[in-house]
Every structure is written in C-alpha cells, then in structure tokens.
Design a protein around this ligand. Structure first.
Ligand code: SIN
Length: 495
C-alpha cells in the first residue's frame, strides 16, 4: 500500500488549478480533465473578480450580495467569503499575477469593484496558474478522461470511475479524497454562454452518491450573449460594457430598460433578461441591440480588447451596436458545501460552480463566482493538506461497451437543450414545467433501455448524467411555488 496521499480532482477550470497550487507537494494530485483548461467557464469569464474596494466596502459588498441573493443567501458564508476577498490581491501578486488599475462596475454592485485584466480575466488567470501547476511534480493531469461516477466504501468517498472515449477503456481510480470541480450546467440550455463541456454531469453524479444539493432551480440567465443565427457562437458580452455606458435597445432603438428600472440597462440581470425575453416574444425577434455609441472606439479597444475584436470581425464598429440575446449563464445552486469545500459526504469536496456554499442564494451577484472559487479552492486544499493518509490506492482498468450511439445521443442532446430553454428557461410556469418533466422522464426511460447492465458505454453514461441533472433542475423548479431570484414563474409573479 502506497504511503503517499493521493487526491483526485475532477475538472479542467480555475478551481482545479487554484486547488493544485495550494496543495502540499508531498500530496499526489491526479487531475481528471475532460479537455484542455481553456475549455472551461472560468477561462471564459470576462468581467473579473468582485473584491471589496476597501475595508469599509466589505459591509456594502456583503449587502449587495444579500440583496441580489433575494433572501436565500447563507449570511455567514457571505460574510466569510467576502471578508476573505481583499487578501486575494496580495496573494495573487505574490505568485506574479497583477490586476489592471481600473475597476469595473457590474449590475447589482453599488460601486465599481470588479478587479480585472482587460476583458479576459478568466483566461489570463487560468493561463498564469496553469503554467505554475504544470511545473509541480506531484500533479498529474489525466486527459481526456470523462468523470462518470464516484466510488464509496462505508459511506466514505474513495475514488472515481472515469472513461476514455478514444478507446472505450474505463478505470476505477482510488484516492484519499475526491474533489469535484466540474463546473456548471449551462450547456444543457439551447442559448448559453458556457463552454461545450459544461453539461452538468457532476451534479447528477454527486446526487446519485447521496450528497445534498440545493438551489438547482436558480439557473442565472445573462442578458447579453452575442447573437449570430448560424454560427452557434456563445460569446458573452460582459456586463461591464453596460457598466461603461452601453445601452440595450429594442428594434425601434428605444431604450428598453429606461421605464422598467431606475438602473436602466444595468439593472439586476434577472430583471434585464426577463424584460428582453418579453420584448423578443412580443415583437417576434430573436435578438435585441446593445448600443455602444456613447463609448469611444478608443475606449472599447483599450478596456474591452476581446470585444473590440469581435466588433471588428463582424462589422459592428460602424453602427456601434451589437445583436444580443439573453442566455443561460451560471448555476447558483449545486452541491451543498461549507466554505472549506466539504460536502455532506465524507471524503467528497466540491469547489467552483458545482458547489453551493450559500454565497449566491437565489441569484448570484456578478463576479462573485471567481471570488468564491478562489477562496474556497484554497481552503479545501489547506484542509486536505492536514488529512491523514487513509485508503489503498489502486487503478483498475476495464473495457467498456463500444457501441457507437452518437447519432441517437446527438439528437437527444438537441431535444434536451430546446426543452430546457422552453420549459425551464427565463420565464416558467406550472403547465410548461410539468410538460418538461414528462418529456425528461421519457428521455430517461429511453436511455435506460439503451443501457446494458453488464457493460458501460461512456457517451451513454454521460447522457444519462445530463438528463439526470436536467431533472434535478426541473424538480427543484416545480417545487418552488413562488418567483424568487432567477427562478421566475409567470403564474406566481413577484410579490
Ligand atoms: C460578465 O462579465 O458580465 C459576467 C460576469 C459574471 O457573470 O460574473
């Protein structure tokens, strides 16, 4: 039996990297990565990290978070995570990462407090930490591997089941603890700002293992995804752009939010997304306009360089307007954890978007997610550093079922995305949700028929996990008999 501790972390985003950085080098870390670290929501994060501007701003940042969270935040978690925020700046400086001098403003924040690097903070931070992790001799990246399940012995999580789609080989890998950092589930929706891997399989896996989840009805929709009918793009136009003065307009170029909310286009994103959805439905259009004529081209190029390139490539600079649509963006709920990343199951941790620390409540304050991810992943690592070596370490490979089920799975995926968008989207009601649940149950039955008990098909198992996560969202949504945060029902309007 190996005497070295082994931790398994599933996920290829920033949470995994920051966890790795803080793990002691005498602990072996196996990273289960489905793809490159650039294929993650954190890499794609545009706005930045919300950090209190000063010691005196901590209270206000806490209040902004709680107001946006619509009464469902865990106030202790909010105080704990936001209180730890300011330390991030010197900590990151110590590893050579420095933010721009300016601070961005996003919806729901009462002041400009978004620390950023241009408009690609997630990319720069991921690349910076990845370079460091690649040099750590205790870290081994196993990729591309799909996480399919968790292994438990005597109610303690002792490992993972992973699959390699290139050769249909599966492996049971055991370790002393497992960390889920598999991200969110926006890609279950037709319109989404997420990466192609963000299919939410981790939620189903954790749920099946018995971990407690909550808040799955709180999918946050972002108002401004670039709309391009045939390109399938999911580029996010950062809210900081509206913070800089860009205005949402309808097809008559009327300021959409002017009469709806005192903060206009910078109103909380659930209100903006809903107003856009209603306008698009009423007028039968698939997009609205984001008018940036009040911002000089020089400022766009300097402060929003990646957006400037999008505008240049698509010819939006001349008209100073971009076609946009709201889109599924961030799962506020998830696997319940404390602010050390511990779940309800021994040996199982969750960090990043999959985790629900209680910081976001019913609606996440913009750019609080990277703050939470950085604080909690560091603490989870430090917690695990003190853990004793417990389990036998084994890796048991076996051959899976190699049937090519791609065409049926692709068809079902398209159906699932349309269903989630239509029945569990920005505006919901009992009848639509019930119809959606019936269809999801039918899908699950069809998948069970394809599933052979004696052998595992990797793509099929992933699809089963996706539909189970969709059902977690659906069931949470139908059980919440009110409109709250980003869960809005037109049969139960806001009080
Ligand atoms: C944005 O830049 O608009 C997204 C920020 C966030 O979702 O936290």
């Amino acid at each position: 039996m190996s005497k070295r501790r082994r931790i398994i972390c599933a996920g290829n985003g920033l949470a995994t990297l920051n966890f790795a950085i803080h793990l002691r080098t005498d602990v072996e870390l196996l990273i289960i990565a489905a793809d490159d670290f650039s294929i993650s929501n954190s890499f794609m994060a545009k706005g930045g990290i919300a950090i209190p501007v000063s010691e005196t701003d901590i209270e206000q940042h806490i209040r902004d978070t709680i107001v946006t969270g619509d009464g469902l935040c865990n106030v202790e978690a909010v105080k704990d995570i936001i209180g730890a925020g300011r330390q991030l700046i010197p900590d990151l400086e110590q590893v050579g990462f420095v933010f721009d001098d300016s601070m961005g403003r996003e919806g729901g924040h009462s002041t400009s407090r978004i620390r950023h690097v241009g408009d690609e903070t997630g990319r720069y931070l991921t690349q910076h930490l990845q370079k460091k992790v690649m040099k750590m001799p205790n870290v081994h990246i196993l990729s591309p591997l799909q996480l399919l399940d968790l292994k438990f012995e005597n109610n303690v999580c002792t490992g993972v089941l992973v699959g390699d789609k290139r050769n249909d080989v599966l492996q049971w890998i055991s370790g002393d603890a497992v960390v889920l950092a598999t991200g969110g589930c926006g890609n279950l929706y037709r319109n989404n700002t997420n990466g192609i891997l963000t299919n939410g399989e981790g939620f189903a896996i954790a749920n099946r293992a018995g971990a407690k989840l909550s808040g799955m009805e709180f999918m946050q929709f972002h108002p401004t995804m670039l709309y391009q009918k045939h390109s399938g793009t999911n580029a996010l136009i950062t809210e900081a752009f509206r913070g800089a003065g860009a205005v949402l307009r309808n097809h008559e170029m009327k300021d959409l939010m002017h009469d709806i909310h005192p903060s206009g286009s910078l109103a909380p994103r659930d209100i903006v997304s809903r107003s856009m959805y209603n306008e698009m439905k009423a007028t039968g259009v698939e997009s609205l306009w984001l008018d940036f004529s009040s911002i000089s081209k020089e400022r766009v190029e300097k402060e929003f360089p990646s957006l400037y390139q999008i505008c240049k490539q698509n010819g939006y600079l001349a008209s100073s307007r971009i076609p946009v649509t709201p889109a599924a963006h961030y799962m506020c709920g998830g696997v319940i954890t404390n602010t050390l990343g511990e779940t309800s199951m021994e040996g199982l941790y969750a960090i990043g978007e999959i985790a629900n620390t209680g910081l976001h409540g019913a609606n996440r304050l913009a750019s609080n997610s990277l703050l939470e991810l950085m604080v909690v992943s560091e603490r989870a690592a430090k917690q695990i550093n003190n853990m004793p070596e417990k389990n036998e370490k084994t890796i048991i490979p076996f051959k899976g079922d190699s049937r090519d089920l791609n065409s049926v799975i692709d068809k079902m995926t398209e159906h699932l995305k349309s269903l989630m968008w239509a029945n569990f989207g920005i505006i919901r009601n009992e009848a639509e949700m019930n119809r959606g649940i019936t269809e999801l149950n039918t899908m699950q039955d069809e998948l069970n028929v394809l599933h052979k008990k004696e052998s595992i098909n990797i793509a099929l198992n992933q699809m089963i996990n996706r539909v189970q996560t969709a059902l977690l969202i659906a069931q949470s949504a139908i059980h919440r008999k009110e409109s709250k945060g980003c869960h809005y029902r037109d049969d139960m309007p806001l009080k």
